[in-house]
Design a protein around this ligand. Structure first.
Ligand code: PEP
Ligand code: MG
Length: 595
């Protein structure tokens, strides 16, 4: 079946990228040309200005109508909930900065439309590149994809549409825009691979929601293949095999069947309660960055939102959202998730996250700088309006308020004082809110872990942010690839910090949850159960898998496992122990032979 004569690519050529959407796809390649357009800048004579302006306006209009077409094709089908992505692209096409900046360059600097647009896009990209947060940085892909569309239309290049694909293929592209992904019909496009991209790009989010296996960030795949090369893609492990041998083909066919069987089985867990064999209930909630993702969380059976990263409402705009605008968003999320709770984390910006209208000084060490709650306590006006919006929303459903990056009790008291001031103001204005609004904190710093005992007396709940806790605990920048090998969730120091936090919460009788990425990895499920977590909040697609696991274990299994782990002195030993234990208990989840 797999004809190795078709191509010069050696048999079983193995490529490693990022697994953006799980699943296994077996088929042949289909190249889609999405190479970035190269615009040529050229000086123009003053009399050419109107011509170039018109060309630019025309390209904008053509781009808009293309996007409207995608929108019409998608409306009413399963992707309708993602229409916001197309709307975002349409909004970018109407962005006054983009239009005026480009027109200004044509008129004042006498640069051709292509060149002017290229310069404007470069400026936009630079702003995004300064953002260290991976998720936000990847929002740049929206600008890139609109920019490419505009340039293509300006240069008279056609857009190869994925709707035209008429057979079962694995799409190979340099990059794919969310609009491309939305046009993918699962019946025909059995997977895609790209040179660029990150796990949290919209394209990756959409692929996960469509259930199309995807491996991205392969760097050179488009340079290696042409059409009709036999290919296997494994979106679980982020691997691609070009020109597979018969043995490999048979091996992956089995894996594919096993995976699809497991996925079907997992769907049956969606509406089952998340309880252990001994009757312990562990609430599995969703992490949400964009309000639109709430639907995804709901679809996976999330028992509410455990982390709404509210800073996303404040980014990519020149003016922060007003109190009323925030209220609308919070209420909408509450409505969608009712009767479950929604945990709103106050602004976590500064340092690594960029707020356009506030000029923060450049910091030498932003991770330890004016970020998160420190920023809110400095920019009190902004903090005050967010607290008022959250309080007002609390009149309409179960809201939980959460402060990020708390380092000690004094800081928490300061936050509580601000909250009391906002409450007093609302009372004076006769505006209702939930008088018993739970006020929790994120435990993300070693100092908070060390004084958890005191913090637990003054907070209503804890939520452990392991993404930061691990970075600060181990002194390993979470975004630095050079020290990524040291970023170890299972480091004995991390496990001890987690134990300390959970014990403090237990002693004070408050709930303790986790909302860092560690919470969504089923490998850690039993450990987290043993530590005593009451809630785990994660990217929604991880929920059914973890629920299935939790329903097959007892809390005491976790406690016993933990006892053994605490005897081990390195992260490697601990990881090996857990992998063996979990592989033995859940061979179908963890014992797949390494690929
Ligand atoms: C964390 O630090 O684990 C967390 C959930 O917050 P963020 O990833 O937004 O910093
Ligand atoms: Mg954090």
């Amino acid at each position: 079946m797999m004809d190795s004569e078709k191509t010069k690519i050696p048999e079983d050529t193995f490529l490693v990228g990022i697994g953006a959407s799980p699943g296994i796809g077996i088929g042949v390649t289909y190249q889609v040309n999405r190479q970035r357009m190269t615009a040529v800048e050229r000086r123009i004579a003053p009399e050419e200005v109107p011509f170039e302006e018109n060309a630019f306006f025309e390209a904008v209009e053509i781009s808009k109508s293309q996007l409207e077409e995608v929108k019409a094709a998608v409306t009413g089908n399963q992707l309708a909930e993602h229409l916001y992505i197309i709307d975002t692209h349409l909004l970018i096409l109407e962005d006054q900065m983009l239009l005026n900046e480009t027109l200004g360059l044509i008129r004042n600097e006498l640069i051709n439309a292509e060149g002017a647009l290229k310069r404007t896009l470069r400026k936009f990209r630079q702003v995004f590149d300064r953002i260290e947060d991976e998720y936000l940085r990847e929002r740049r892909s929206d600008i890139d994809s609109v920019g490419d569309r505009l340039l293509r239309n300006l240069m008279g290049e056609s857009q190869q549409s994925l709707v035209e694909v008429d057979r079962k293929v694995v799409v190979v592209a340099h990059d794919l825009s969310p609009a491309d992904t939305m046009q993918m019909d699962k019946e025909r496009i059995i997977g895609f691979v790209t040179d660029v991209g990150g796990r949290t790009s919209h394209t990756a989010i959409l692929a996960r929601s469509l259930g199309i296996p995807a491996v991205i960030g392969l760097e050179t795949v488009t340079a290696m293949v042409r059409d009709d090369v036999p290919v296997i893609i494994d979106g679980i492990h982020g691997t691609v095999i070009l020109n597979p041998s018969d043995a490999t083909f048979r091996e992956y066919l089995k894996k594919k069947q096993a995976y699809e069987y497991l996925e079907k089985e997992l769907l049956t867990y969606r509406d089952l309660p998340s309880v252990t064999l001994d009757g312990d209930h562990i609430a599995l909630r969703g992490n949400v960055e964009l309000p639109e993702e709430v639907i995804l969380a709901q679809g996976q059976g999330a028992e509410g939102i455990g982390l709404f990263r509210s800073e996303f409402l404040f980014l990519n705009r020149s003016v922060p959202p007003s109190e009323d605008e925030q209220l609308e968003v919070y209420r909408d999320i509450l409505d969608k998730m009712a009767p479950h709770p929604v945990t709103i984390r106050t602004l976590d910006v500064g340092g690594d996250k960029f707020v356009p209208e506030i000029n923060l000084a450049d910091e030498a060490n932003p991770a330890m700088g004016l970020r998160a709650i420190r920023f809110s306590l400095k920019e009190r006006r902004l903090f005050h309006s967010q607290l008022r919006a959250i309080l007002r929303a609390s009149a309409f459903g179960k809201i939980r308020l959460m402060f990020p990056m708390i380092t000690g009790v004094a800081e928490l008291r300061d936050c509580r004082d601000c909250l009391e001031a906002a409450k007093a103001e609302l009372v004076a204005e006769g505006i209702g809110f939930d008088q018993r609004l739970p006020v929790g904190i994120m435990i993300e710093t070693p100092s908070a872990a060390l004084v958890a005992e005191f913090l637990a007396r003054e907070a209503d709940f804890f939520s452990v942010g392991t993404n930061d806790l691990i970075q600060y605990c181990l002194a390993v920048d979470r975004g630095n690839e050079h020290v990524a090998y040291l970023y170890e969730p299972l480091h004995p120091a991390v496990l001890r910090a987690l134990k300390m936090i959970c014990s403090a919460a237990r002693q004070a009788g408050i709930t303790v949850g986790m909302c860092g990425e560690m919470a969504g990895d089923p490998l850690y499920g039993l450990v987290l159960l043993g530590l005593g977590f009451d809630e785990l909040s994660m990217n929604a697609p991880g929920i059914p898998r973890l629920k299935r696991l939790l329903r097959q274990v007892r809390r005491e299994d976790g406690v016993r496992l933990l006892d053994e782990l605490f005897k081990l002195s390195t992260a490697q030993e601990i990881a090996r122990y857990i992998e063996e234990e979990m592989g033995r208990r859940f061979p179908e989840l963890f014992s797949a032979p390494p690929i």
